[in-house]
Design a protein around this ligand. Structure first.
Ligand code: ZN
Length: 475
């Protein structure tokens, strides 16, 4: 039998706030264990949480960017469970009244657009971190620096049908989060991680199969591998006549397999109830509109605009819109050198290579868009060749100079003046009388020989087109 996978993602995003969600402790990563803690995030009895307004603001901003409806009344709830990294014995989260519902993200695979629904976005706090047997001892340690750090959980509809679609969804979501600057999205530090709900159903069926939830996937590659493994595993069980158990699984990245962790909890296992220490949040429409005004042009809108305004390919536009800074760099270049395709080629090729090799941010690049456009204009005017341009660009980046400065210092200007080239051609013909005679006698192949000799005599600076024209005249 043929099966179709059904995939939904729950993505946890750490909001970029200075302080935790319910206390004034720092959210800075990499501090000494248990340095960023206070009685509130340690869960001491009698302590009262206070909502971090910035955390709510970032959740609203994110909700708007993923086309969600902001709920004017939303509320925190207690999610009760025991775990050593959770000192209070409950996590403050949102349950039946999340801050936002009903959004979507458009993804495009091989030119075919698809809309992935978003069920909800809710706010919650992170738990601490357990460290087991560090250095071979038998102890377990807990670091509560992360306890209380603000998270947004973005829950998608089960709309994805392959691991590639899941990857595409994550890529688009991460791009949006980076554009609107609500999170640093650092997956290694756990700022962005996801749980994948995976099931399979026979082709033609409308009833979803029983799903397994794979927890804590912290890289795109692991997520894709885990989903692919899980699809295969479930199909194999069904083909053998077995049935899928609803459960929570972990991905073992070393072995590339998922392993059962525990049978899946239902919502009632968590005994949710409204957080009695916090008032419900009333979100005024005026506040939402204020935040909406701060949203930059979002990646999908930028891609559409780049395609229509600059007639670039989808591929080019995809690369150029990968960050706001790179898109700005491109547009500033084009504003001074009105050749979008050539600008795009140079940026996607040489500029990105230099940035990558030097591990430099585009904003810190010595070759500003103004400087790049000057270089490209010089190439177009034939003052330097494209090949020389690449070498000059490298020097510009290295030495923090303009193209004009490099060209003058190194005497690199291309010889395009006809008189100069004509003089070189005369010399070359005069010093190869035999070849010239043979050429005139019908040995056409020798033309290339003369072009080569002239370019060599000019040390590569002669404009090849002019050389060709003049040589034809003179021979
Ligand atoms: Zn604290």
């Amino acid at each position: 039998m043929e099966y179709i996978p059904v995939i939904g993602l729950e993505v946890h995003v750490q909001s970029k706030t200075e302080t935790k969600m319910f206390c004034a402790c720092s959210t800075r990563f990499g501090e000494k264990p248990n340095n960023n803690v206070c009685p509130i995030c340690l869960g001491m009895p009698g302590m009262l949480p206070v909502i971090n307004k910035k955390g709510v603001e970032l959740a609203i901003k994110t909700s708007l960017a993923i086309n969600c409806k902001i709920e004017p009344l939303n509320q925190f709830a207690r999610k009760n469970y025991f775990y050593p990294d959770l000192p209070k014995g409950y996590q403050i989260s949102q349950y039946d009244l999340p801050i936002a519902t009903g959004g979507y993200i458009d993804i495009g695979l091989e030119g075919a657009k698809k809309r992935i629904g978003i069920t909800r976005l809710h706010m919650e706090e992170d738990a601490g971190k357990l460290i087991h047997g560090d250095g071979g001892d038998q102890n377990s340690y807990v670091d509560l620096n992360r306890a209380g750090v603000p998270l947004m959980e973005i829950v998608s509809e089960p709309d994805m049908r392959s691991s590639e679609e899941a990857k595409e969804y994550m890529t688009r979501l991460k791009e949006i989060l980076e554009y609107i600057e609500v999170s640093d999205c650092n997956m290694e530090e756990g700022s962005l991680r996801c749980d994948a709900n995976v099931s399979v159903m026979p082709v033609g069926s409308n009833t979803f199969g029983t799903r397994a939830e794979i927890k804590n996937l912290n890289s795109f590659r692991f997520m894709q591998k885990a989903i692919e493994y899980e699809i295969e595993r479930q199909i194999e069980i069904l083909e053998d006549g077995g049935r899928i158990i609803q459960e929570t699984r972990l991905f073992d990245s070393a072995k590339g397999i998922t392993i059962s962790m525990r049978s899946k909890e239902e919502a009632h296992d968590y005994r949710y109830f409204p957080e009695p220490d916090l008032q419900p949040i009333v979100v005024k429409n005026s506040w939402v509109e204020e935040i909406r005004k701060e949203l930059p042009e979002l990646p999908e809108a930028k891609r559409q605009r780049f395609i229509s305004e600059y007639s670039l390919s989808e591929y080019d536009v995809g690369v150029l819109s990968s960050s706001i800074a790179l898109g700005d760099y491109f547009e500033k270049t084009v504003s001074k050198y009105n050749n979008p395709k050539a600008s795009s080629n140079w940026i996607m090729g040489e500029v990105l290579r230099l940035l990558k090799d030097g591990n430099i941010n585009v904003a810190d690049f010595n070759v500003t868009p103004e400087r790049l456009s000057e270089l490209l204009v010089m190439i177009e005017e034939g003052k330097i060749s494209g090949k020389m341009g690449k070498a000059i660009l490298e020097d510009m980046a290295k030495e923090n100079k303009t193209a004009q400065e490099i060209v003058e210092e190194k005497g690199l200007a291309q010889i395009s003046g006809k008189d100069d080239i004509a003089k070189i051609i005369d010399e070359v013909i005069a010093s190869h009388p035999q070849e010239a005679e043979d050429y005139r006698g019908g040995k056409d192949r020798l033309f290339g020989f003369f072009v080569g000799q002239v370019l060599k005599a000019s040390k590569g600076k002669a404009n090849p087109q002019t050389v060709n024209e003049l040589l034809k005249e003179k021979l």
